[in-house]
Design a protein around this ligand. Sequence first.
Ligand SMILES: NC(=O)c1ccc[n+]([C@@H]2O[C@H](COP(=O)([O-])OP(=O)(O)OC[C@H]3O[C@@H](n4cnc5c(N)ncnc54)[C@H](O)[C@@H]3O)[C@@H](O)[C@H]2O)c1
Length: 256
Amino acid sequence: MNRMSGKSAVVTGGALGIGRACALKLAEEGALVTVTDVDAGKGSLVVAEIRKRGGDAQFIEHDVADESQWVHVMQGVVERYKKLDVLVNNAGVALGKDVEHTTLAEWRSLMSINLDGVFLGIKHAVQAMKANGTGSIVNLSSIEGLVGDPNLAAYNASKGGVRLLTKSAALYCAKAGYNIRVNSVHPGYIWTPMVENFLKSQGDVAQGRKLLDSMHPIGHIGEPDDIAYGVLYLASDESKFVTGTELVIDGGYTAQ
Ligand SMILES: NC(=O)c1ccc[n+]([C@@H]2O[C@H](COP(=O)([O-])OP(=O)(O)OC[C@H]3O[C@@H](n4cnc5c(N)ncnc54)[C@H](O)[C@@H]3O)[C@@H](O)[C@H]2O)c1
């Protein structure tokens, strides 16, 4: 119940899916949670849910691709909770296209959220956490940041970028003596609106889900809480010796 007691945590893209599960899980363990998202309606519902369960949370509307909005988020966090201990860089988008048919505009749009967003998050969180003398940053990469998929060119590139940006930032913070840890999480397919919409764009959802289930040696895709538990571990002091690592939670997908 108290693994995150008194810690101030920001979860980007916290309105839906994995981000929502992370926000709820961190709050359940005592964190003071700032949920950010471009979707103010659904983001506010997550905050209401946390408060209903007895937790403390606020919502800030936020496009992770916009640096000025990061400044606004950090100000809002420090104003309300006095400090920042944890950032979960979760917001992300998918694009089911191969390298030959991806337009430059699509590539840049995806990168601005999946990679620029994580870069800006780390940069501004480090500045806020330095003042506090401690911190943990958790970046959502993917199995698609570890292995390639012919139909996910921009997504693969962005998630591979998140994997190594994480290690660079982890080393920088360690060598600077900041006591800020930076790690990446690599989920297999998780049943969220992102995956459901992806399957809708490819054809029959039920058939698509069966195919995805069969691609995971454990026999099925994951659920948002499978990832939230891993994020909770990396966010908490239980992982105080863990930095620059990649936590793979994928039902055996990349073990093959
Ligand atoms: N679902 C999976 O199978 C899976 C697997 C591996 C990694 N991931 C990664 O996990 C993260 C969450 O995925 P999900 O499946 O929960 O996605 P989702 O689409 O279900 O939810 C993503 C959330 O991010 C928000 N968002 C989108 N663009 C944003 C922006 N510019 N600024 C702020 N918020 C924005 C959306 O409004 C939404 O609430 C993503 O980074 C994704 O790439 C997901």
